[in-house]
Design a protein around this ligand. Sequence first.
Ligand code: CU
Length: 137
Amino acid sequence: MRSSLRMLGGVAALSVAWTTLSGAQATHVVRLIADPAKQEYRFEPVALVVRPNDVVVFQVASGAPHSVVFEGAGLSPGVRGAINTAMPNRSGDLSSPLLTASGAEYRIVVPQLPAGAYPFYCLPHRAYDMRGQLTIK
Ligand SMILES: [Cu+2]
């Protein structure tokens, strides 16, 4: 009993050390919303300030299908590669798969990128100006 308690303490200490080393990792939820009746097509929040290693969860709230496509203009090859690597199950360059189900989630761990603004849009609702932006600190 005494030794298992001591072990638990060790695990807790280890996880605190890890958190300190890696920096606090925050999780941000961005809801994807489309309501044709109201002419509403948006990411909510529309802009987000994040740090490398934070998690961004894009969550389909209504009006699927949606997607997340980062703007490629002006990105260096290294930055483009880092974003592509961070995006699971890509459907193309800088593009998430189509998120077809209500409640579907698409998770990205923010890669080590230069500070700055990284705009993105939803491909199915591009004509409706469904856009958002990650700002990396
Ligand atoms: Cu959309």
